[in-house]
Design a binder for this molecule. Structure first.
Ligand code: BGC
Length: 702
């Protein structure tokens, strides 16, 4: 038995039942009365979040002093077990990076890793050692507000980002004081909430659960994630927080996860509302037995577990096991050795020059150029440019959801960012009001329209029934476009919006997401050509709200849309295809794909697939080269395409490079008709492609 397990056993041997249950309890603490609770060893962790809208406020900041004071009280308890401070550090702490959905658009796991490495350094400087991130929920329905917090619709892409995020937060050694324990959430299926309504139920078949929703969590576990959060939702009739099969048999039994599971906010107590528990005691017993080790905020564990034990509803061994898992992570996090945070760190480690520079880099890599008629962008040869729209004076509006520690005053405002990079001689006019904008538009040579969603319109429970732009914005775009000047549309959003009519009226469109603290600067650089856009869509962009749920890796159906026959799957009032497909994005140069090669027409264990990518434009550029497969015949129906690899490459004008992928047999495995996981022999298609609806096509056999 290793050193940590010895220390855990030693502690377990000394702990009273009350102290053990204390470790399973994660309260929120307001002020001094809470200190007694800590001195009695009745909390294992503190959640530093205050208020119901914790994701949207800036008023309750964490500080090293505050955490240290609470820690001191915990160390005064009989056994002196330190607290683990948790907080939602979702896309940066004080240095706010683009929202996770935007980060996914980079198709650059190294970028995600660095973002979270910086976030860990900043958050740990104010005493936090545990974050409730990354969110790994596959989201196929853009109405769901939390699509902003995850990495999009594709299990392969989300899995790669999951590993990167875990590495970024935890590093190789999570006991280093500038690291955070990560938490893979929300296990599992939460993104499939019916109708896009947060907290609602989902019905997901076992093969889809296994092949689509579980892989990112499995990847996070393989990357060593310390904790997992159980979701709010009712999945196939079993609330996720009471799902023993998923929390214990799959997560621990099949995948070997040895960290701890925390419930989502009050989700233990909510088992009563779900109607699977008689009362809070029953709820606590169900959750603990399912494999939820720590109760976030509901208090049900603390109130009822001792009674449950005496009534025989749970066993002493079950309590000990939960305590053991929590202590294991506390030991790994090094907080027994270093319970306090040096308050000096905050001034050294937060909002550094490097962090800001990286935030700008991240924003550059995440914006997606969707349209660029006649090379309108980058803006050249325009003397008077009107910059208009509701986002003209945006600061904190650029952050997006879940930014408790970002501050509006840190943001480089858009007008300043534009002034900083516009070539000399260019006049910039700004207008945040539609009537002023219209009056000026006649005298401008080009118009940049900044539209989109306020951050409060995405994130937890910020669901929409209409994926169009917020009220009034389309009218504004139409009025401006009618003037006849070239229009560049920039959309800030936490989700893929249905912007069909807006796109039709603009000559160029940049999808900027919520780009964070340096988003304005990155946007200005892209508009004026100091940087080229390189993001690609991590979600399908809908034409109409009614297309939701919308995702590229769907099943073919018996009547696929291969011709325009009347009885093919379709809508009578719009197309079935997305406005822009998954993986799509332009840049300021063009690439061609040629000469697809397969190392063999039969896969034996693995296969090399390659193609020649050439930059045929006039400037350097970055392309995200994507590998897709299709299993043509299976014992269960198989998706029309599945992403299996991607590479970001930068090529100089005229440069060509052979991009090589290794496809392994396990990449073709899926949940088969008999429930087992593996491959089936037969024919496969393979593509090397710029997005999911194009590419060079080949075929091989397994
Ligand atoms: C959210 C979680 C979050 C938790 C703690 C819940 O409402 O669903 O994602 O980590 O609150 O703030």
């Amino acid at each position: 038995m290793n050193h940590i397990e010895d220390r855990i056993n030693h502690l377990l041997g000394q702990m009273t039942l009350e102290e053990k249950i204390g470790q399973l309890n994660q309260p929120m603490i307001h002020g001094l009365p809470g200190l007694d609770l800590l001195r009695q060893g009745q909390a294992g962790s503190i959640i530093n979040a205050f208020g119901a809208l914790s994701g949207q406020g800036f008023d309750h900041l964490s500080s090293a002093e505050q955490c240290n004071a609470l820690q001191r009280a915990a160390l005064e308890s009989r056994l002196g077990i330190p607290l683990l401070f948790g907080r939602d550090i979702i896309h940066g702490q004080r240095t706010v990076f683009p929202i996770p959905l935007a980060q996914a658009a980079s198709f650059n796991p190294a970028l995600v890793e660095t973002i979270n490495r910086i976030a860990a350094r900043e958050a740990s400087a104010v005493g936090i050692r545990w974050t409730f991130a990354p969110m790994l929920d596959i989201a196929r329905d853009a109405r769901w507000g939390r699509i902003a917090e995850g990495y999009g619709e594709d299990p392969y892409l989300v899995s790669r980002m999951a590993e990167a995020a875990v590495r970024g937060f935890q590093g190789d050694d999570v006991s280093q004081p500038d690291r955070l324990v990560a938490c893979a959430k929300h296990y599992v299926g939460y993104g499939a909430a019916e109708g896009g309504r947060d907290y609602e139920q989902a019905e997901i078949s076992e093969p889809t659960l296994r092949d689509v929703y579980l892989p990112p969590f499995r990847a996070a576990v393989a990357a060593g994630v310390g904790t997992v959060m159980s979701a709010f939702l009712d999945l196939n009739g079993v609330p996720a927080t009471a799902n023993r099969r998923l929390l214990t048999d799959v997560l621990r039994g099949e995948w070997g996860f040895d960290g701890f599971v925390v419930s989502d906010w009050e989700s233990v107590g909510e088992l009563v509302q779900h109607g699977v528990a008689e009362d809070r005691a029953h709820a606590a017993a169900l959750a603990l037995r399912a494999g939820v080790d720590m109760d976030m905020v509901s208090g049900a564990y603390q109130e009822t577990l001792a009674g449950n034990l005496h009534r025989g509803l749970i066993s002493r061994a079950e309590i000990d096991e939960a305590v053991r898992r929590i202590l294991r992570i506390k030991f790994r996090a090094g907080i027994f050795e270093r319970p306090f945070t040096d308050p000096e760190r905050a001034s050294r480690d937060i909002l550094t020059h490097d962090a800001r520079a990286f935030a700008r880099q991240a924003a550059r890599e995440t914006m997606v150029l969707l349209k660029n008629e006649h090379h309108l962008l980058p803006l050249r040869d325009f003397r008077r440019i009107l910059i208009a729209g509701p986002f003209v004076h945006a600061t904190a509006e650029l952050f997006g959801t879940w930014t408790m520690d970002g501050r509006a005053e840190d943001v480089t405002p858009l007008d300043r960012a534009f002034q900083d990079v516009a070539p000399s001689g260019v006049e910039l006019w700004f207008a945040a009001a539609p009537d002023l904008a219209l009056a000026r538009a006649h005298y401008a040579d080009a118009i940049v329209l900044l539209v989109g969603e306020h951050p409060a319109r995405s994130g937890e429970n910020a669901n929409v029934s209409d994926l169009g732009l917020p009220p009034g914005q389309l009218e504004w775009i139409t009025a401006m476009a009618a003037i006849g000047k070239p229009v560049v549309l920039v959309v800030f959003a936490g989700r893929p919006l249905a912007i069909t009519r807006a796109v039709a009226q603009a000559q160029a469109v940049i999808y900027a997401w919520h780009p964070g603290i340096e988003g304005a600067a990155a946007l200005a650089e892209i508009l004026f050509g100091l940087a080229a856009p390189s993001g690609r869509l991590p979600v399908s962009m809908p034409r109409a709200t009614g297309q939701a749920p919308l995702y590229y890796n769907r099943k073919p159906s018996g009547r696929p849309l291969i011709d325009d026959g009347p009885f093919r799957t379709r809508y009578v009032d719009t197309l079935t295809a997305p406005l822009f497909p998954f993986g799509y994005g332009l840049t300021y140069t063009r690439f061609t794909y040629s000469d697809l090669r397969l190392s063999s027409s039969r896969m034996r264990g693995a296969l090399e697939v390659s193609a020649l990518i050439t930059n045929v434009g006039e400037q350097a550029g970055t392309e995200v080269v994507q590998l897709y497969v299709r299993d043509l015949v299976g014992s269960l129906t198989r998706p029309v395409r599945e992403l299996k690899g991607f590479q970001r490459i930068t090529l100089q004008p005229g440069e060509a490079r052979r991009v090589m992928f290794t496809l392994r047999e396990e990449d073709l495995a899926f949940t088969r008709a008999d429930g087992s996981w593996g491959t089936e022999p037969g024919r496969f298609k393979v593509w090397i492609a710029p997005h999911c609806e194009a590419g060079l096509e080949g075929e091989f056999e397994l």
